[in-house]
Design a protein around this ligand. Sequence first.
Ligand code: SF4
Ligand code: SF4
Length: 135
Amino acid sequence: MRVKLKAGPEPRKFIERIEELSGENVYACYQCGRCSAGCPMAAEMDYLPNQIIRLVQMGLEDEVLRSKTLFMCASCFTCQSRCPKGIDLARVMEAVRYVLDPKGRDAFGPNEISPELAQELPQQVLVAICRKFSK
Ligand code: SF4
Ligand code: SF4
C-alpha cells in the first residue's frame, strides 16, 4: 500500500530548527545508506536512520515526530563514524526529540541511576540515557 506523506505547515522552519539544535547540515546527506547499514538498532526502527534524515530534508515533520526510531537510537555514534559526510545522526535524533517535547518527559533520568546500577550497565546505555535527557 502506498502511503502519501505530507509536509508540515512550515517545513522550512522545521528543517532550520533541526539544523540549529543539532548543529548538523541535513542537506549534506546524499542517502548512501552507510549509517543504516551499520546501525545496531536498525531492526527495531520503523524508519532507518538514513530515512529519518531524508524525511527531515523533505520537511515531513509529522512523520518524523511520529517515528519510534527517535527513541530506539542508542546514541552509539556508529552512523557518524561511517558517514562519508560526517553527519552526527544521534544529534539529529536528539534535536527531533527536543522539537517533539521541549519540556522533556523524564521517565527515567540520569539522576536515578544508582552507583550499583551504573557499575552493571554497559557504558553505552548510560551515554544513550544522558543524551536523551540533555535538553
Ligand atoms: S551515511 Fe551520512 S550521507 Fe550516508 S545516508 Fe547516512 S547520513 Fe546520509
Ligand atoms: S547513533 Fe543511533 S542511529 Fe546512529 S548507529 Fe547508533 S543507534 Fe543507529
